[in-house]
Design a protein around this ligand. Sequence first.
Ligand SMILES: Cc1cc2nc3c(=O)[nH]c(=O)nc-3n(C[C@H](O)[C@H](O)[C@H](O)COP(=O)(O)OP(=O)(O)OC[C@H]3O[C@@H](n4cnc5c(N)ncnc54)[C@H](O)[C@@H]3O)c2cc1C
Length: 390
Amino acid sequence: MGSRHVAVVGASLAGLRTVEGLRRLGHDGPITLIGDEPELPYDRPPLSKDVLLGKAGPADVALTTAADLAALEVDLRLGAAAHGLDLARRTVLVGDDRVGFDDLVIATGAAARRPNDLPHLDGIHLLRSLADAAALRSAFELDPRVVVLGGGFVGAEVASSARDLGLDVTVVDVAPVLMERGLGAVLGARMTRIAADAGVRLRLGTSIATVHGTDRVEAATLSDGTVLPTDLLVIGIGATPNTTWLDGSGLTVADGVVCDAFLAAAPGVYAVGDVARWTHPGYQRSIRCENWTSAGEHADAVAATLTGNPVAADAIPYVWSDQFGHKVQVAGLPEPKDEVRPVLDTSEKFVAVAGSRGAQSSAFALNAPGALVRQRIKLAARPPWPPEME
Ligand SMILES: Cc1cc2nc3c(=O)[nH]c(=O)nc-3n(C[C@H](O)[C@H](O)[C@H](O)COP(=O)(O)OP(=O)(O)OC[C@H]3O[C@@H](n4cnc5c(N)ncnc54)[C@H](O)[C@@H]3O)c2cc1C
């Protein structure tokens, strides 16, 4: 089993960690790592934080070095997009080349979503890659007025970094509070107050109807008719899994590559990280997570499975965000209809649990990392809702 050829498509966090895990666990067969970005694998969380602030550059966000990858004896193909998968012949199509494999790991992540009707104007930015972050950082240096469309984690972090730099920033979101989907209404409302106190202008419960400009973006008209003059428009409305290269492959794709509990999409074909939609053994349903921790946990599980020790992806999802000088953390899968019960609520810290329909779904923390770790451990036991008194 150890000498099988493993091809990994997607050379970022999940792909790299899979390769490292395979070698650590003794896989001695050939490994090919294919990535469409030109850079060696790098970390994305700092892109909206220290990279925008000018505190971190490419070397600071690198996840590995050329020397470390060489030591892993990886056939590395960077700047090379996979554009097809032939499962019958067990080959990945890369340019004019066909890369054969015995086992395939799909780690192609997700791409920042762009509204279809958005005009192509200078001053409009997405944020997913190091190149995106470098472009936005350069634009920030010109002291622009900034409008951020989307008040999710990435949008809120961009607004936080912009305020740290003293920029005039407005966040537009249809939801009534920032990060409502990720943090729920209660912590979302608290983070909204924190953002407002930091000087972020908030246009919640609205969306952008029209973007104006000839060559550059000049203004955005909101759905309530307000016109916001701006120099930059940052789009932070979520991400879409990178699966078009799998069209016609025979794999099931439905907002991600559909996998079983072991992240297997077909015999000898696995998906890891943001691109994977898998049946979580604890939740007993299909989920997809876009967070740093799941990407690493998936990689570890698939590396173990490929080296003869099958491991299911059963960890409780976990995401963190650093913004406005605060650390926000979520464990589990919040549901829109959850009831939220605060466990700790002080001027500095907040911890809450949430649930509905008989089961606790999640836990939230503001500036309370230890408490969140404990709550995440408890969630693994699928506690009932309402919670039992301690
Ligand atoms: C700005 C930003 C901030 C974030 N902050 C946090 C945070 O604070 N906390 C947190 O938990 N998570 C955060 N995340 C999410 C986290 O970074 C992702 O969950 C993680 O990067 C997922 O890793 P991945 O390897 O699955 O996918 P990706 O990192 O998306 O990597 C996929 C790779 O595959 C490549 N690829 C795509 N298609 C092809 C193809 N056809 N052929 C070859 N290569 C291809 C892509 O270009 C990319 O290099 C953040 C993400 C962003 C963008």
